[in-house]
Structures are given as structure tokens and as C-alpha cells.
Design a protein around this ligand. Structure first.
Ligand code: PSU
Ligand code: MN
Length: 313
């Protein structure tokens, strides 16, 4: 039995075997399960995200801190804890050491998931939306640690862009400063999560998983050790109706301000606001886009394993 003293993270037996054999593995975050999606759908959906990775030929590794152990790959009981236990806290990189030392439960954000996945040797990570620069950040300084962490962590994050609850142009500017390439998958527009087009352009467009794997391999050869973002939009028939989206966003931002919601609570507050006020439409879009991203990340991991067998681990 390995311990967290010998090894920084604890991979599940299935994940450990896949990594040792150079088979494709895709990390999945857990904040989306505990704080991003409503109960009881969150547990079912968490299993569906893992299944989407499997269906595309890779091994899913959902990341979370369970009883103080930084786990990469969760068994059924651990996944259930993350989905249903009220003591699970949202854990970004700054929180990891505290939650681990106290033996607590933590659901990892994109930043904390990327950090632990990279420690385990996983190169691909699928999620819904990245954190980013919040609106009004000039006064509040509220910028997600997701950005700086991706900037220095050798993981490719497949997402549907960022939510329009954020300042999208400022987020893209920060990613540029942090040397993070943003590749639009089949699009030259940066996706806006529920919306296919956030209104901003991406610097690069790719059209196959193979192409993304080639960029990862080229970056490895160039000793570019930071991370990368692959942004995949929902289809035209899959995105939220724009009027519904805009109305829900405006009222949600106003409610957050009126109720004094700040810091790490802002994102979960706005996600819940959308889920409660779009009669299931935002939830359906959210689940669909994560599954798309899980599938694409698995395909990229497969291509990378074929292209550069040692880089895929
Ligand atoms: N954006 C979403 N859904 C999410 C999150 C962001 O559309 O679930 C979660 C992710 O876990 C992300 C985190 O890493 O919120 C960012 O939170 P903060 O802005 O507090 O860093
Ligand atoms: Mn924040």
C-alpha cells in the first residue's frame, strides 16, 4: 500500500496501471460535481463524465481530496462523498495543503485538479468552464487561480471556454501574458460555455485531436512546460437561447452584488442561479458540453500516446 508520504498523490489501481502501461488517461475535476451541479443529478452526471472518457478509449481519473488523501481516480464511495457530503470544501491550489493536513474532504477546482493530475503524470484534463478574470476585477482583484496554474502546469485542459459571468477579453489577455496557448476546436471564436461564441476570437484554430497532440509534442520538444487550453464550443442547436442567457446573467450578477457574494463563492452562486432559473436548460447544456470535452480529451490522449509514447504519461 503506497502512502501519501512516499507518493505525492494516490492514483487508483486502474489509473496507476494505465499510466504505467502508457495508456491514455484523462483527469476530471470535482468542484464541478460538488459546487457546480445540483444534487441529486450531480452524482449520476459525474459517472456519465467518466463513461464518456471510457467510451472514447481512455481511463478517467476524477481528482479530489478524500479524507486528506489527494486521490487521482475515485472509487464509487469516494465519488459519492464528493457529490453528497456537506463537509466537502471547494479546494484550489492554495487550499490543498490545509485540507490534506487536516484530513478533510476537498473538491478540486481546475487549478488544483491540474496540479494533482500533473503530479500523477497525466497530460490531458477535461472540464466544463475555466475560471478566469471576474467582471469588476480592477477593483476586486478577483482572478481565478486557474489561469496562473495552467500557465505553469504541463496539462492540456479541454473546456468550453469560460462563462460570460466573467470578463472574457480580460481572461484571454491574462492567458496570453501567462504564455498559455488557446486553441479553438473547429472554431476561430472563443466559446462562452452556454454560448458557442463569447464574442472574442481565439488566436489558433485546430480541427482534429491529432493536431492538438502534435502541438503538445512540439511544445514538449521546445521545453515549453506550461499548460494549454483547447476550447470546444457547443453546437448551434445545443447552446442556450441568447435572450434567456442574457437575462439570467444580468439578474444573477445583480443578485450576487446585492447579497454581497464574494471571492470563491461567486462562481458557485452564479452557476446555481442559472440552474434554478432556466428550468433545466443550463443543466442540460452544462452536462452535454462536459461530455463533449471528456470525449475530445480522451481522443487527444489517445493520439498523444500513439505519437509520443513517453509524453502521454
Ligand atoms: N466555471 C464553470 N463551472 C465550474 C467552475 C467554473 O463554468 O464549475 C468551477 C471550476 O472548478 C473552476 C472554479 O476551476 O469554478 C473556478 O473558481 P474560482 O473563480 O473561485 O477560481
Ligand atoms: Mn476568485
Amino acid at each position: 500500500m503506497s502512502s501519501v508520504i512516499d507518493h505525492p498523490v494516490q492514483p487508483s489501481p486502474e489509473v496507476a496501471a494505465a499510466l504505467a502501461e502508457g495508456r491514455p488517461v484523462v483527469a476530471l475535476e470535482s468542484t464541478i460535481i460538488s459546487h457546480g451541479l445540483p444534487r441529486p443529478e450531480n452524482l449520476t452526471v459525474a459517472r456519465e463524465f467518466e463513461q464518456a472518457v471510457r467510451d472514447a478509449g481512455a481511463v478517467p481519473a476524477t481528482v479530489a481530496v478524500v479524507g486528506g488523501v489527494p486521490c487521482v481516480g475515485l472509487d464509487d464511495a469516494a465519488l459519492e462523498t464528493v457529490a453528497n457530503d456537506d463537509t466537502v470544501v471547494k479546494v484550489s491550489v492554495r487550499d490543498l495543503g490545509v485540507v490534506v493536513s487536516r484530513g478533510g474532504h476537498g473538491a478540486t477546482t481546475v487549478a488544483a485538479t491540474a496540479h494533482l493530475a500533473a503530479l500523477a503524470g497525466i497530460r490531458l484534463f477535461a472540464t466544463g468552464g475555466l475560471g478566469g478574470v471576474h467582471r469588476g476585477a480592477l477593483e476586486t482583484w478577483d482572478e481565478s487561480a486557474d489561469l496562473v496554474t495552467i500557465g505553469r502546469t504541463p496539462v492540456t485542459v479541454v473546456c468550453a471556454g469560460v462563462k460570460s459571468i466573467l470578463d472574457v477579453p480580460a481572461t484571454l489577455e491574462r492567458l496570453e501574458t501567462l504564455n498559455v496557448p488557446v486553441l479553438g476546436y473547429g472554431t476561430d471564436r472563443f466559446p462562452g460555455f452556454y454560448l458557442a461564441d463569447s464574442g472574442s476570437a481565439v488566436p489558433w484554430t485546430v480541427s482534429s485531436a491529432r493536431e492538438v497532440a502534435e502541438v503538445i509534442a512540439a511544445r514538449d520538444r521546445l521545453a515549453l512546460t506550461g499548460g494549454m487550453v483547447v476550447a470546444q464550443p457547443l453546437g448551434p442547436d445545443e447552446e442556450l437561447p441568447r435572450e434567456l442567457h442574457d437575462h439570467t446573467l444580468t439578474t444573477g450578477l445583480a443578485a450576487a452584488a446585492a447579497q454581497g457574494v464574494r471571492g470563491k463563492d461567486v462562481t458557485p452562486f452564479l452557476l446555481a442561479w442559472f440552474h434554478e432559473r432556466t428550468s433545466g436548460a443550463s443543466l442540460a447544456a452544462n452536462v452535454l458540453l462536459v461530455k463533449h470535452n471528456a470525449r475530445l480529451a480522451a481522443q487527444i490522449a489517445g493520439e498523444l500516446a500513439a505519437l509520443a509514447p513517453t509524453a502521454a504519461r
